[in-house]
Design a protein around this ligand. Structure first.
Ligand code: SF4
Ligand code: SF4
Length: 138
């Protein structure tokens, strides 16, 4: 990267759309401190069934927004429990982050008026991990 170029900013830090459209459910043990090294905080989830829990704010039919999402969607966001986020969040890749399109990322962005990410959105990045970016943003 040349000195004149701006540092790469991970696209998720300027998005947050998937945290405000999908139901985020996870296996109940992920919320148990004795069963997980990074338990989802009890204050952040609801019981959905004997085996499933869901992030607060993501279960309604309308205006879903995870209680842990901070900031303005499409501008600057962060996850207030990033180190303790549940498995579905850890597994959800942005389109082309790993070289492949993720239609669910595209759909979430579209629902919030954002264009789908393209391969070129990742082409000039410096090797900064999303972990470090998101940790800084919180
Ligand atoms: S826990 Fe964090 S990453 Fe997962 S949906 Fe909520 S704000 Fe998004
Ligand atoms: S995974 Fe996609 S929808 Fe979710 S925050 Fe990142 S760019 Fe936005």
């Amino acid at each position: 990267m040349g000195l004149s170029q701006s540092p790469f900013v991970h696209p998720c830090v300027q998005c947050g759309a998937c945290c405000a459209i999908y139901r985020v459910e996870f296996y109940w043990r992920e919320g148990e401190p004795q069963d997980s090294d990074h338990p989802v905080p009890r204050s952040h989830f609801d019981e959905k069934s004997p085996l499933l829990r869901a992030m607060k704010g993501t279960s309604g039919k309308h205006h879903r927004r995870c209680v842990a999402l901070e900031g303005r969607i499409g501008e600057k966001v962060g996850c207030s429990i990033y180190s303790n986020r549940p498995t579905p969040c850890r597994a959800f890749a942005a389109s082309f982050e790993n070289g492949k399109r993720n239609p669910r990322c595209d759909e979430a962005r579209s629902a919030h008026g954002l264009k789908p990410l393209q391969r070129s959105d990742w082409s000039d990045q410096t090797p900064v991990s999303v972990d470090s970016v998101r940790t800084i943003e919180l």
